[in-house]
Design a protein around this ligand. Structure first.
Ligand code: NDP
Ligand code: ZN
Length: 354
C-alpha cells in the first residue's frame, strides 16, 4: 500500500510502499479516507518535535485521520462505519496508570507514543490498524470533514480544563481572544464564537488574506500583533475573559496574563523551542495573584474530547470547513500539502472517498 513518511536522514515527506497491516486481536483494520496536515507535522518533518519508531528508518506521518472500517475483526464495529482514531498509544504496547484510567492525554513524556509524532507510525497510508477502544465513530455525513475531529478535540480539552478552573465562583465571561490564525486558531475561534458575546483573533498579516477573511466572516475582530501587542489588547479593545494561545510565539505566554480581565483564564497550546526574552516577573506575579487569574497548559486529548468534537463539528457550517481546506493532495503528489505559504490553511491528503 501507499504511505507518506519521512526518513531519518530526510527533511521532506516521501511516498513509501509498505505492506498492508494485519489487525491483531482487539484491533480493526481501517481504510483511510483523508489525513490532515498541521503545524506539528511540519515540526516532525523538520526534526523539532517527536521521534522515530524504534528500529525503523522512517516514520509514516499523520495524526489527523478519518477512515472507514474495512475489517471489524471481532471488535463490534460494522464494516463501512466511518471512524476517527485518537493519537496516543501505550509506549511499546506496555500499559501504565494513565492508560489504565483512560487518561493517556495526561501522561508525561516517555509514558506514551503518539501516532505519526513520536514512537509509532501515523495514519498517512491507505490502511491502518487501531485498537477498537481508540476509534471514535463518526456519522457518514461528516466523513469529508472528519480530519477536523482531532484538532477540535484539542480545543474541547483545553476549554474543559480552562473553564473548570473558574467553576468555584460565578464566572460570567463575555469575551474571548484567540492568538493565532492557523487552522487550530480559526477552528477554535468558531467554537468560542458559540459561547462568547465578543471574540478577537490575533495574527500578523496584511489584508487581503484568506484567514482574515474567515475572521471577518465569523463576525470576529482581527487584531494585528505588529500594531497591537497582545498585552496592549486591553487598552486598544478590552481586557478579555478567556485567551486561547495557538501561535507557539513564546512571549504570548506572558502577554496573555496582561490581556486577561480580572478572574480570567488563559490556555496555552503552542509548543515553542527554547526562546529567551525579557519579562517583568514582578508585575506578572502580582497580576496573576491580585486579579485571580489562571494560566493553564494543555496538550493532546482523549476519547471523551473526540466524542465532544464529533458533536461540535456536526454543527459547524460547511462554508467554514470548506474555506479551511485549502489543498486536497493525492498520495502520489503530496508536495502541495506540505507547502506552508500564507494561502495554506489546512492541507489534506486524500486516499479514498465514501
Ligand atoms: P500554524 O503554524 O498553522 O498556526 C500558527 C499561527 O500563529 C500562524 O497563523 C502564525 O501566523 C500565527 N502567529 C505566529 N506568531 C505570531 C505572532 N507573533 N503574532 C500573531 N500571530 C502569530 O499552527 P497550528 O494552527 O496547527 O497550531 C498552532 C500552535 O498550536 C502550534 O504552535 C502547534 O504546535 C500547537 N499545537 C498544540 C497542540 C496541543 O495539543 N497543545 C495541538 C496542535 C497544535 P503566520 O502564518 O502569519 O506566521
Ligand atoms: Zn495536530
Amino acid at each position: 500500500m501507499k504511505a507518506i513518511g519521512v526518513r531519518r536522514d530526510g527533511d521532506h515527506p516521501v511516498l513509501l510502499e509498505k505492506e498492508r497491516p494485519t489487525p491483531e486481536k482487539g484491533e480493526a483494520l481501517v481504510r483511510t479516507l483523508r489525513v490532515g496536515v498541521d503545524g506539528t507535522d511540519h515540526e516532525v518533518i523538520g526534526g523539532a518535535h517527536g521521534g522515530y519508531p524504534d528500529g525503523e528508518d522512517h516514520m509514516v506521518l499523520g495524526h489527523e485521520a478519518v477512515g472507514v472500517i474495512e475489517k471489524p475483526n471481532g471488535t463490534g464495529f460494522d464494516e463501512g462505519q466511518v471512524v476517527v482514531p485518537t493519537v496516543r498509544r501505550k509506549p511499546n504496547g506496555e500499559t501504565n496508570e494513565y492508560f489504565r484510567r483512560g487518561e493517556p492525554d495526561m501522561a508525561p513524556e516517555g509514558e506514551y507514543f503518539e501516532r505519526g509524532i513520536v514512537g509509532e507510525h501515523g495514519y498517512m497510508a491507505e490502511y491502518f490498524t487501531s485498537p477498537a477502544d481508540f476509534l471514535v465513530p463518526v456519522p457518514a455525513e461528516l466523513a469529508e470533514y472528519g480530519l477536523f475531529v482531532e484538532p477540535v478535540s484539542i480545543t474541547e480539552k483545553a476549554n474543559e480544563h480552562a473553564f473548570s478552573t473558574r467553576e468555584p465562583f460565578e464566572w460570567r465571561p463575555e469575551s474571548a481572544c484567540v492568538l493565532g490564525n492557523g487552522s487550530l486558531g480559526l477552528l477554535t475561534l468558531w467554537m468560542l464564537q458559540q459561547k462568547f458575546d465578543r471574540t478577537y483573533c490575533v495574527g500578523r498579516r496584511d489584508r487581503p488574506d484568506p484567514t482574515i477573511e474567515i475572521i471577518d466572516e465569523l463576525g470576529s475582530t482581527y487584531i494585528d500583533s505588529r500594531e497591537t501587542a497582545v498585552d496592549e489588547i486591553p487598552e486598544a479593545h478590552e481586557s478579555v475573559d478567556y485567551v486561547y494561545e495557538a501561535t507557539g510565539f513564546a512571549p504570548h505566554s506572558v502577554q496573555t496574563v496582561q490581556a486577561l480581565a480580572p478572574n480570567g483564564v488563559g490556555a496555552l497550546l503552542g509548543i515553542p523551542e527554547p526562546w529567551d526574552f525579557e519579562i517583568d516577573g514582578g508585575s506578572l506575579h502580582n497580576e496573576i495573584v491580585l486579579h485571580n487569574k489562571c494560566l493553564i497548559g494543555t496538550v493532546n486529548s482523549h476519547i471523551t474530547h473526540f466524542e465532544d468534537a464529533v458533536e461540535t463539528l456536526s454543527a459547524a457550517p460547511n462554508w467554514l470547513l470548506d474555506d479551511l481546506i485549502t489543498t486536497v493532495a493525492e498520495p502520489t503528489d503530496v508536495a502541495p500539502a506540505f507547502e506552508n505559504d500564507d494561502d495554506q490553511i489546512k492541507a489534506v491528503v486524500e486516499f479514498d472517498s465514501l
